[in-house]
Structures are given as structure tokens and as C-alpha cells.
Design a binder for this molecule. Structure first.
Ligand SMILES: [Zn+2]
Length: 430
């Protein structure tokens, strides 16, 4: 299961991909850095998993499935289904956590097929979620009088635990059913009945983060609008040792069409291919070569805001509002997606501005939601470009860049950067 935020734990990320690569996609652009699990998103999510099983590699499909399982499981706790607002603060955590987990197992459970075809399967999953919801309400009706009566918290939790355990077992069995259903379906769609498009992507190495893949998007060549088809490369065996990083991507079962293939990777500039004709029964292989970012080794994704793959005016990997738990500020600002940091490394953090009144700041985090240090960029009168050095303090593992402005991002910045100084030199053998 993927967490609903990147970098949820102190283990900073997943090494070979960003959670954002699977939390956000064209129909789910808003879920940058945080996947809000409300039901209207769920349909898109299930369909996205099916699409991945049909058109992408297994590893990509499994990661989309990992994101979806979070939605499934997050739809099941009593705390998320029916706990009234007045009880949320004190009881949200306890009512979704078990005390006695020894011996917890659904071994021997025979998973059920929730549907055969795409629509039947989706209906089946939602019908089961509704059943779990009904049970959650019944269980809350048994829990509420106990909670209202109060008394010793430990003794109370011991009485609540068996009821929470019932809900947990329902969740596990539903998860098993969902997996069984999706894998059964995926098995039927593992062949290729449409167009096949594969390719190699080469790019500069990323200092400290070279395991990350390149994201590949298909754009309709006639309308220049992004399609739903996107995927992540897998590294070639010599990806890390050669002069350039190399990865492969593969699509199958694509509808006939003329596509532009767009690739993007951290520390490189995005590239768009010439039009590529995809036809049922035919296989096309292309090569895409990404140029190094300027400055080299820049860990900020989409550092100039110019990459707007899903929607014009919506720079990829930036958001213009706070995450739910980070509120409290009223000024409008652009926030980059997370940059993974490493203690003991000095980072050059800088910006060059189109609008000299724009403020840029670099925010360090040592916990998923709480900022630890704020490093504003100070420029003297008339100066439009500059940088500051940041040495992450102990435990700090991620940073975001904030651009305080209520205008389009590309109107106010030329670009921003975060570059790990020493590692970049080491990478280039200096
Ligand atoms: Zn919760």
C-alpha cells in the first residue's frame, strides 16, 4: 500500500519513484503531495488501476494499485465513516488502531470475485464498501455508550478493542477480495490487442536521487492536449554507471492515434518527441534524450513552472494552496512538491525572478506536516537573482520551495533551484 502523502515517514521516499508519480495523474491533478480519499476520487482511481494493468508494465500497475488500496482501506475505519465531529479529536486515532494484534490473520479466507468486467467489478467493490459502512455504523452504535460513560481509558480501550477488531477483519477481507478481483481481471488483459509503443529515455544523473525514473506522457498530436496515458520508466541495468542515466518505458493496448511523447525527469529539462503513429498490431520504439537542467543537479521538479502537462496555467508538481494540515497562512503562494534532503550535505538554494517583488523561501521539514526551518531568499535592491546555502539540521529530510505571489508562477519566476553542492561535484568527478 502506498501512503497518501510522499515522504510520510522519515524514510524519505521510495527510492525509484515519487509517490506523486502514482497519486496524481491527469484526472487527479489536485492530489499533489496528498491524496484526499473522498469517494468521488475513488472511481477515477479504480479506473486508473485498470488502465495501468491494461496498458503499462506490471510494476507500474502494482504501484497504482498501491495508491488505490490506500483509498480502499481509508474508506473502512469507523473514524472515517461515521465518527461524529465532536468525537473526532479524541477518538479518531484510537478507533482506527488495534491494541491486540497478536494472532491477527485472515489465513484460510477464500477471497471472492467482486465482478467480471470493468463495470461489474467497480459496482462490486462499491457495494462491498457500502456493506462495510453499514457495519461501521452498527459498531459505532455499540461503541458510543461505552465512550460516553467514560472511566479508566485503558479499561475502556480493552472493551473497545474487540469491536474495532471486527472492523479491521472486514477491511482485510475486503482488501483480499479487491486484490483477487483485480488480479483475475489483469490476468485476462496481459496481452496486447492494440498499439504498442516503447522507448528509451536518456537523461543527466540526479545527485543523491539517481534511482528515480522519468515520467512519460502521451499527448494528442492534433489537439496538443494530454491523453490519459502516462507511465514511469524502469531503469536499464547500466542506468547509474554510464555517462547518462537510461530508462525504458512500455505501453501496450493503446488506441490508434498520432501522439507526441513527452518525457520529464528531475534535474533535466522536459522533451517532446516528433509525432508518433500508433496503430493496432504495430510496434513502435523511440528514443528520447533529455538535456541537463540549468543549474545542473537541480532537485526541484519543474523548476521554472513551464511544464504544464495536464492543464494550461497549472504547473506540474506545484500547488497554489496549502495542504489541509498546513493552514494558517493567508497570502497566496506557490508551493513546489517535496525535495528530498540529506543531512550533512550543503544545498545551494536560489531563484531568479521576473518580478523583483516576489518573495521566495525554502522550508525545511523534519516531520511530515511541521516545518522546522524557514530560509527566505534575500536580494538587495535591484537584484533579481541570488542564492542562500542551507545545511539541513538533524532529522530534516525534505524541503519545499515557496513562491509568494498571486500571479501565474511563470509570470513571477525565471526559475528556482536546490542543488546539493558536494555531490554534484563528486558526480562529475571534480
Ligand atoms: Zn484516520
Amino acid at each position: 500500500m502506498l501512503p497518501d502523502t510522499p515522504f510520510l515517514d522519515e524514510a524519505p521516499d521510495f527510492g525509484s519513484f515519487y509517490a506523486n508519480d502514482y497519486l496524481m495523474y491527469r484526472k487527479n491533478r489536485q492530489d499533489l503531495d496528498y491524496a484526499e480519499g473522498h469517494p468521488s476520487h475513488n472511481w477515477d482511481h479504480y479506473r486508473r488501476v485498470l488502465q495501468a494493468f491494461r496498458t503499462e508494465t506490471d510494476i507500474n500497475a502494482i504501484r497504482y494499485l498501491g495508491a488505490m488500496l490506500h483509498y480502499v482501506e481509508d474508506s473502512c475505519p469507523i473514524s472515517h465513516i461515521c465518527l461524529p465531529g465532536t468525537y473526532q479529536g479524541k477518538w479518531h486515532g484510537p478507533l482506527e488502531s488495534l491494541i491486540h494484534t497478536n494472532g491477527y490473520s485472515i489465513a484460510g479466507y477464500q477471497p471472492r470475485l467482486l465482478g467480471e468486467d470493468e463495470e461489474g467489478m467497480l459496482r462490486g467493490i462499491f457495494a462491498r464498501l457500502n456493506v462495510v459502512g453499514v457495519s461501521a455504523r452498527e459498531r459505532w452504535a455499540r461503541i458510543k455508550p461505552l465512550v460516553d460513560a467514560g472511566g479508566d481509558k485503558n479499561r475502556l480501550m480493552d472493551r473497545l478493542d474487540p469491536i474495532i477488531l471486527e472492523q479491521a477483519y472486514d477491511t482485510s477481507r475486503l482488501t483480499a477480495d479487491v486484490l483477487f478481483t483485480l488480479f483475475t481481471w489483469a490476468d485476462k488483459h496481459k496481452g496486447n490487442d492494440g498499439g504498442q509503443l516503447t522507448g528509451t529515455v536518456t537523461a543527466s544523473h540526479i545527485p543523491l536521487l539517481d534511482g528515480l525514473g522519468a515520467k512519460v506522457y502521451l499527448v494528442d498530436a492534433a489537439t496538443r492536449v494530454a491523453t490519459d496515458y502516462e507511465t514511469l520508466t524502469e531503469p536499464l541495468p547500466d542506468a547509474l554507471s554510464g555517462e547518462l542515466w537510461k530508462g525504458r518505458f512500455a505501453f501496450r493496448n493503446l488506441p490508434d492515434g498520432v501522439y507526441l511523447v513527452c518525457a520529464n525527469r528531475t534535474a533535466s529539462r522536459p522533451v517532446v518527441s516528433d509525432p508518433v503513429v500508433v496503430k493496432r498490431g504495430a510496434a513502435v520504439d523511440i528514443a528520447l534524450s533529455l538535456k541537463e537542467s540549468e543549474p545542473a543537479g537541480n532537485l526541484v521538479e519543474n523548476p521554472d513552472g513551464g511544464f504544464e502537462i495536464y492543464l494550461s496555467g497549472s504547473p506540474d508538481r506545484w500547488r497554489d494552496r496549502s495542504l489541509v494540515a498546513w493552514g494558517g497562512r493567508t497570502n497566496r503562494y506557490w508551493r513546489s512538491s517535496f525535495v528530498r534532503m540529506q543531512t550533512g550535505t550543503v544545498y545551494r538554494c536560489g531563484a531568479s525572478l521576473k518580478d523583483p517583488h516576489t518573495k521566495v523561501q525554502f522550508c525545511l521539514f523534519d516531520k511530515p506536516w511541521e516545518m522546522k526551518g524557514l530560509y527566505p531568499l534575500t536580494l538587495s535592491e535591484g537584484q533579481r537573482s541570488g542564492e542562500t546555502k542551507v545545511l539541513p539540521t538533524a532529522g530534516c529530510y525534505k524541503m519545499v520551495v515557496e513562491v509568494l505571489a498571486d500571479k501565474p508562477l511563470t509570470n513571477v519566476i525565471e526559475k528556482v533551484w536546490v542543488v546539493p553542492e558536494k555531490q554534484l561535484r563528486k558526480m562529475r568527478g571534480e
